[in-house]
Design a protein around this ligand. Structure first.
Ligand code: ZN
Ligand code: ZN
Length: 474
């Protein structure tokens, strides 16, 4: 039996177990750093599969790891399990129907992510047991990917030190290894404090914090022209100082995301945004407090790990979707708008000519394997996998758990994250990731090569973008 056949057998043997783990996490959708039930579900599953479990990593209650084996190499798998607000939706249902109105939902598929990575870690462990191979398998339970940057805190506290290779994935609608980087990001709260007064009778006595926040935003909107075009600055009001126009607002808070392709670029733009806030406070005679909430680094795909993962994916081959998954895909497709379908074409265009993409989008399920391509572009989003990629050679794949055109962070994603399709997709991802691990065990020179590549890319330096005194907060 080849290693591929062995891995397929091992993963398929536990498909029902890990599909249930995924569904259990799906059923308790919790936001970042508050994933107590989900973390418990995953830790119990790790124990059941024979891993030594340790929690409270980096002082975070919902950060944990499961370890099995001894010595080198140390192959790790990253799992996520946080949900998103307002994306509650019934499982496998193609019309918008929340389980709980306004409730949380797994609209990014992190329930699949956490379970799929654990299925891979377990299959690799079982493979090593069957073949008497030395080495260590670690599963990292990483909380708060969506807005808290759990992995960045974990990296800051040295949780990933001593790990040789990091393997992960993200649910998607195509099968490929990520060959692009992502944007670094700093997430900052700007609090303004002023003085209330009667807005008609004594406006001269008031100092408006809301004016300050608005002026800050005006300043940043002018600043936009004078930063690199790849930078992104977006804001949302967290507190507007109350709903009464006749009371001068004595408090206002605005939350900013400041993103750019490299962490250094973010750190260059950030003080300029602070200057806009300071200017606004000066103009309005209000007091400013700047509070860094969290931050994350850009993602550096490691070519050695990514190519190894891509080889494993080619070897495993395309996903063979069941008839049940195909029938479900037909139903789910009815929920997509014209613009969703157009964006599906856009996704496919990374892998095929536009006219082929326009045809194939109607197939709904894309089982193909698209080989690894390292592209000099940045995906216009951010992930805290970036910080892991600065300290451990890292690769991540996308596997089809949803139909092509499914919008990110949508109720359609929540619906599909607990479906026959997601179960087949996460099982597929687990096979590819476990076989990637096997390749590193059987070719130790690949581990050295991957580490040399990381050292060349970073100079062996990782500057965590979250200052030392900042604590994780939901
Ligand atoms: Zn997301
Ligand atoms: Zn996600």
């Amino acid at each position: 039996m080849t290693s591929k056949e062995q891995i397929i057998r091992l993963v398929d043997g536990k498909k029902d177990f890990f599909s249930k783990v995924s569904d259990d996490v799906w059923s308790t959708p919790e936001l970042g750093f508050l994933e107590f039930k989900s973390a418990r579900t995953l830790m119990n599953a790790l124990k059941e599969q024979g891993f030594e479990v340790e929690n409270n990593l980096a002082g975070i209650e919902t950060a944990f790891k499961g370890t099995w084996g001894t010595g080198k190499p140390v192959i790790s798998f990253l799992g996520e399990f946080d949900a998103l607000p307002s994306l509650s939706q019934q499982a496998s249902c193609n019309v918008k129907a929340p389980v709980e109105e306004g409730g949380n939902g797994h609209g990014c598929g992190h329930c699949n992510l956490g379970a799929g990575s654990m299925a891979a870690a377990t299959a690799l462990k079982n493979y090593m047991e069957e073949n008497n191979l030395p080495g260590t398998v670690v599963y990292f339970g990483c909380p708060a990917e969506e807005s808290g940057c759990g992995k960045t805190f974990m990296a800051r506290e040295g949780v990933f030190d001593g790990v040789d290779i990091a393997i992960t994935w993200h649910p998607g609608s195509t099968n490929n290894v990520w060959g692009v980087s992502t944007l670094a990001n700093i997430i900052v709260l700007f609090h303004f404090k002023g003085v209330t007064s009667h807005a008609a009778a004594s406006p001269h006595l008031g100092r408006s914090a809301l004016d300050a926040a608005e002026l800050m935003n005006v300043g940043v909107n002018f600043l936009r022209e004078h930063v690199i075009p790849e930078a992104r600055m977006h804001y949302a009001f967290q507190d507007v100082g109350g709903g009464a126009p006749n009371v001068v607002q004595d408090r206002a808070t605005v939350l900013y995301y400041i993103r750019a392709p490299k962490t250094e670029q973010v750190m260059e733009i950030y003080p300029r945004v602070v200057k806009c806030a300071e200017g606004a406070a000066h103009m309005t005679e209000t007091q400013l407090t700047v509070e860094i909430k969290t931050a994350l680094s850009d993602y550096i795909p490691n070519d050695v790990v990514s190519k190894t993962m891509s080889d494993a994916m080619v070897e495993i081959g395309p996903i063979e979707f069941s008839d049940e998954a195909k029938a479900f895909a037909e139903e789910m497709y009815k929920s997509l708008s014209e613009s969703d379908i157009k964006s599906g074409i856009g996704t496919l265009m990374s892998h095929m000519p536009a006219e082929v993409a326009a045809q194939r989008v109607h197939e709904k399920l894309i089982p193909d394997v698209f080989p690894y391509k390292r592209l000099p572009v940045h995906m216009p989003g951010s992930t805290d996998v970036g910080d892991v990629s600065y300290v451990v050679p890292t690769a991540q794949l996308s596997a089809a758990t949803a139909i092509i055109g499914t919008p990110g962070h949508s109720w359609q994603q929540t619906a599909q994250a607990n479906s026959v399709l997601a179960h087949e997709g996460l099982t597929y991802a687990a096979k590819v990731m476990a076989l990637t691990g096997v390749k590193f065990l059987e070719n130790p020179e690949l581990v050295e090569k991957a580490q040399a590549e990381l050292k060349a890319a970073t100079g062996g330096i990782y500057n965590c973008p979250i200052p030392k005194d900042v604590k994780p907060q939901p």
